[in-house]
Design a protein around this ligand. Structure first.
Ligand SMILES: Cc1cc2nc3c(=O)[nH]c(=O)nc-3n(C[C@H](O)[C@H](O)[C@H](O)COP(=O)(O)OP(=O)(O)OC[C@H]3O[C@@H](n4cnc5c(N)ncnc54)[C@H](O)[C@@H]3O)c2cc1C
Length: 397
């Protein structure tokens, strides 16, 4: 194999996790190749839609908080190095029932876990009663039995710009990037290196990182049988004459976990001015989809039903008709945690997925840690909290 086709490390998939991993590998001086089946950032996987919530006290589990804290440092560094804006700290609310029964991301007591994480890690926040919340944030029509956590450093990231910046940075540090090439095979050679086969060529590397997001099951079907890919819909609603309430200066990002059912909504301020509307969504886990055959059409009835059932009474300043919508993919585990680890049957391969619908905010730090594992064998923030729980050996060829 020619020198041009063999690398120290190879990253398959250049979305949130892959672009961060590639960037940190290249920065560490590793000779690395990154491959993607599309040209990231793109709208086919899990990392598009202009905004992602970031928060430091993590309701999905306090063990995630160190990754969020480190990611904020890394986003700031990237902003400075590349003279761009990635992180918008507009503040963030987690609203829930006072009895703290509410679920979000399949996690019970989301509000309680958030508050406990903030207390443990000294994250600046306020606890707001229903009355205080209505006064400070009249956008939200909360019930008397609801209260909220407000985090000052929370906000949103621009996912497309984060990916673009990290890929650009990786190239500046010497990484090679191949886009519009789909990996169809991964195999171990008798020498112990890994060969990666695409529709345009074969590349070899000492180690690989697989950050294929919703497609990871296609690459390793027997290793990840319990993962599910679910279709999510994002809706942008008009702010109309109440626009002033929804500007980033006045409206934080928010997660609202309902107490009467295992459900909730999340949303963002109007980041695109009066015409852009505000982006809102709930989470849907009912059915699984094939990431290569996703129905991207959102029927008007789905948007109207979402507005009437979830939004109308809770955010009465908003209105129909929906300005636009898009679909996006969650790759979820049964307990909505991450899955990160070396494949037991292929230890030269580090897999990073699924991220169960809450991975973006952590992706900078996960990528940095993955690069440390590849370069040095271990990472400052340990990745072993998210082991691959199910494994039957197989490789694809
Ligand atoms: C609607 C929605 C809202 C979300 N909101 C938030 C939020 O507010 N905050 C938050 O922190 N997280 C959020 N998330 C989750 C977060 O966006 C994801 O966890 C994260 O983007 C996953 O990144 P990834 O790198 O695993 O996957 P992706 O970004 O999808 O990247 C996978 C890449 O692998 C490539 N690939 C796959 N297979 C192959 C192959 N065989 N050959 C070559 N390339 C391949 C794909 O083309 C793709 O580019 C949300 C997700 C969705 C869908």
């Amino acid at each position: 194999m020619s020198k041009e086709s063999s690398y120290d490390a190879l990253v398959i998939g250049l979305g949130a996790m892959g672009s961060a991993t590639l960037y940190h590998l290249a920065k560490a001086g590793i000779r690395v190749l990154g491959i993607d089946q599309f040209a990231p950032p793109h709208p086919h996987g899990s990392s598009h839609g202009e905004t992602r919530i970031t928060r430091l006290a993590i309701g999905e589990g306090e063990r995630y908080t160190p990754f969020a804290l480190r990611s904020h440092e890394l986003w700031r560094d990237l902003e400075t190095e590349h003279n761009t804006k990635l992180l918008f700290p507009v503040g963030g609310l987690v609203i829930g029932d006072n009895s703290r029964r509410g679920f979000f991301h399949n996690k019970p007591d989301f509000l309680g876990t958030t508050i406990a994480a903030a207390q443990k890690h000294g994250i600046r926040h306020d606890i707001l009663s229903s009355q205080e919340l209505r006064k400070r944030f009249p956008q939200f029509n909360v019930a008397p039995n609801e209260s909220a956590y407000f985090e000052y450093e929370a906000g949103y990231l621009n996912p497309e710009e984060c990916i673009r910046t990290q890929l650009h940075g990786a190239q500046k540090h010497g990484a090679t990037i191949k886009t519009n090439q789909r990996v169809s095979g991964i195999r171990q050679t008798p020498l112990g290196t890994i060969e990666v086969i695409t529709d345009e060529g074969t590349y070899s590397a000492e180690q690989i990182v697989v950050t294929a997001g919703p497609w990871i099951q296609k690459l390793f079907p027997d290793t990840f049988p319990a993962l599910r890919v679910t279709r999510q819909t994002l809706h942008w609603f008009p702010t109309g004459r109440h626009h002033a309430l929804f500007t980033p200066e006045r409206c934080p990002v928010f997660i609202w976990s309902f107490s009467d059912r295992e459900d909730g909504i999340y949303g963002f301020p109007a980041v695109d001015g009066p015409r852009g509307g505000i982006k809102l969504a709930s989470e849907r886990y009912e059915s699984s989809v094939d990431p290569d055959h996703v129905d991207r059409i959102v029927p008007e009835l789905a948007t109207t039903t979402f507005f009437n059932d979830y939004i109308k009474d809770r955010m009465p300043h908003l209105s129909l008709p929906c300005i636009r919508h898009t679909t996006c993919l969650y790759t979820v585990t049964p307990n909505s945690d991450f899955v990160i680890g070396r494949l037991p049957h292929l230890p030269q391969c580090l897999a990073i997925s699924a991220c169960s619908g809450h991975g973006f905010k952590h992706s900078a730090a996960v990528g940095e840690a993955a690069a440390q594992v590849i370069a040095k064998g271990s990472s400052v923030l340990p990745l072993d909290a998210f082991p691959i729980p199910f494994h039957r050996p197989s490789t694809i060829t």
